[in-house]
Design a protein around this ligand. Structure first.
Ligand SMILES: Cc1cc2nc3c(=O)[nH]c(=O)nc-3n(C[C@H](O)[C@H](O)[C@H](O)COP(=O)(O)OP(=O)(O)OC[C@H]3O[C@@H](n4cnc5c(N)ncnc54)[C@H](O)[C@@H]3O)c2cc1C
Length: 381
C-alpha cells in the first residue's frame, strides 16, 4: 500500500536511525540475548544522537520534534532490525511526557535535559501485584508530611526498564482534603528505600528487562511531585491515549515484518513438488493478512495525524490498540503455521515474533479494558 504519510525529513531521520541500529545494536544482538537485556550503554548513545525524547523542547535540551511520525519511524526501524528489546516508544512516549506536561519548572529544568541526553531513562510504574486494570485498587501510597515532603511505600510489578531506568513515574494513592486520590511522583534510582525485586522471566521480549520495584519509606521532595497530587487519575487517563497509540505503532511493524519473513520462507520452501507459496491456501492467507495489516496501517496513520493535531481521544486510541494487537496475534500465528516446524524453532525469527506478540493484547490495557473504554464512549456507561 502506498503511504503518503511521511515527508522527506522523516525519511532522512529513518536513514540515520537505521544506520545507528546497524552499527550499534545489530552486531550486539547475540550478546543482548545472552545477557537477557539490551545494555544501558545503547540508550546513552541513542540520547547522544537525538533519538531519545526528541519531543522535549529545545529550551530543556531536546530537539523540539513533537511530530509523532519521528517516533513511528523509529518503531518501524526497530522491527526491521529484529532487535525487539529496544522499546523506543516506551522510552520516549510513555513516561517522559508526564514530566514535560505536569512537572514544575524546577522539575522540568532538572529532569528533561537528562532524559533527552540519555543520562537518565524513565519508566512508568503503575501496575501492582494485586492491581493492574483496576487502578482504584492500587495500594502503593504517598503520605504528605508536615515539612512538605512525601513518604512513599508500596510495590510495583511488571515494570519495563525496571532494572536499568534511573527514573520512574510512580502512581500512588494520596489523601488530599480528607479524600482518597491518586498522585504521580518521580522516584530516582539510588534514593534511600527504593530497591528492585526480581528480574522477571517472560514468554517473549527476552532482551527487554521487566522487573519489580519496592518502595520503603522513600522520601520525596516537592520537585518529585508531578502536578496536583490529587489529579493522578485524570493525568493517567490523558497519558493512556498516547501510550495506546504508541503501543499500536510498536505492534503494527511487527505484523508487517512477520509477513515479510513468511513471504521469504514460503517462496523457498518446497512441498509436494512446488513451493509452499504456490498453494492456494498460502496465497489466501497472505492476502487476508495483508488486507488486515493495510487497514490497520491506514487507521494508525490517521490516529497519528489526530494525535499531532491534539485531537486523539481515549476511545479512538483504545480502538486502534485493540485492533492492531488482535491483528498482530492472528498474523504471527498464521505466519508461524506457514513456516511449519521451522517456525517453532528459535533460529527462525518468526518464533521470536510469535512469542513477543502475545503481550500486546495485555499491556497498556488489556483487550477487554479497551472494549470497556470504547463501549463507554458509545453508551455513556
Ligand atoms: C512485558 C510487560 C511489560 C509491562 N510494562 C509495564 C510498565 O512499564 N508499567 C506498568 O505499570 N505496567 C506494565 N505492565 C503491566 C501491564 O500493563 C498489566 O499487566 C496489564 O495492564 C494488565 O493488568 P493485570 O496483569 O493486573 O491483569 P488484571 O487486571 O488482573 O486482569 C486479568 C484479566 O481480567 C480481565 N479484566 C480485568 N478487569 C476486567 C473488567 N472490568 N471486565 C472484563 N475483564 C476484565 C483482563 O482483561 C484480564 O484478561 C507490563 C506487563 C508486561 C507483561
Amino acid at each position: 500500500m502506498i503511504r503518503n504519510h511521511y515527508e522527506e525529513e522523516h525519511e532522512a531521520f529513518r536513514d540515520t536511525f537505521r544506520t545507528f541500529l546497524e552499527r550499534e545494536a545489530i552486531p550486539n544482538r547475540a550478546r543482548y540475548r545472552a545477557e537477557g537485556m539490551v545494555d544501558r550503554e545503547l540508550y546513552r548513545k541513542m540520547g547522544e544522537q537525538g533519538f531519545l525524547s526528541s519531543w522535549v523542547p529545545e529550551e530543556y535540551g531536546g530537539l523540539g520534534l513533537t511530530d509523532f511520525r519521528y517516533d513511528q519511524v523509529m518503531m518501524e526501524e526497530v522491527a526491521h532490525s529484529l532487535e525487539s528489546g529496544i522499546w523506543t516508544g516506551a522510552l520516549n512516549r510513555n513516561a517522559p511526557p508526564y514530566v514535560g506536561k505536569y512537572g514544575s519548572e524546577e522539575t522540568k529544568r532538572h529532569y528533561l535535559p537528562k532524559l533527552a541526553s540519555g543520562e537518565m531513562i524513565c519508566g512508568i510504574a503503575m501496575t501492582e501485584p494485586d492491581a493492574g486494570s483496576d487502578i482504584a485498587g492500587f495500594k502503593t501510597r504517598a503520605d504528605l508530611q508536615p515539612d512538605g515532603t512525601w513518604v512513599l511505600n508500596g510495590a510495583k510489578t511488571y515494570i519495563s526498564y525496571g532494572l536499568i531506568a534511573e527514573l520512574f513515574v510512580v502512581a500512588a494513592k494520596t489523601e488530599v482534603n480528607n479524600k482518597r486520590q491518586l498522585g504521580l511522583f518521580l522516584v530516582e534510582r539510588g534514593m534511600p528505600g527504593f530497591s528492585n525485586g526480581r528480574k522477571l522471566e517472560k514468554l517473549g521480549f527476552h532482551t527487554q528487562d521487566t522487573a519489580e520495584l519496592i518502595f520503603e519509606n522513600v522520601v520525596l521532595k516537592p520537585i518529585h511531585v508531578l502536578g496536583d497530587a490529587a489529579k493522578g487519575f485524570d493525568y493517567m487517563r490523558g497519558g493512556l491515549a498516547q501510550e495506546r497509540l504508541t503501543t499500536a505503532a510498536q505492534s503494527l511493524p511487527w505484523s508487517q515484518k512477520a509477513i515479510e519473513l513468511t513471504i521469504d520462507f514460503v517462496t523457498q520452501r518446497k512441498a509436494f513438488g512446488q513451493t509452499v507459496a504456490d498453494f492456494q491456501n498460502t496465497k489466501f492467507k497472505l492476502a487476508e493478512m495483508r488486507t488486515e495489516v493495510d487497514a490497520c496501517q491506514a487507521f494508525l496513520d490517521h490516529c497519528v495525524r489526530l494525535f499531532n493535531a491534539g485531537q486523539l481521544d481515549q476511545a479512538t486510541a483504545a480502538a486502534l490498540k485493540l485492533k492492531t494487537s488482535e491483528v498482530q496475534g492472528r498474523v504471527v500465528d498464521e505466519c508461524l503455521q506457514l513456516h511449519g516446524s521451522a517456525g517453532y524453532m528459535q533460529e527462525y525469527p518468526i518464533c521470536q515474533l510469535y512469542q513477543d506478540a502475545r503481550i500486546f493484547r495485555i499491556f497498556a490495557g488489556t483487550s477487554e479494558v479497551m472494549k470497556i473504554v470504547i463501549a463507554k464512549d458509545m453508551l455513556g456507561r
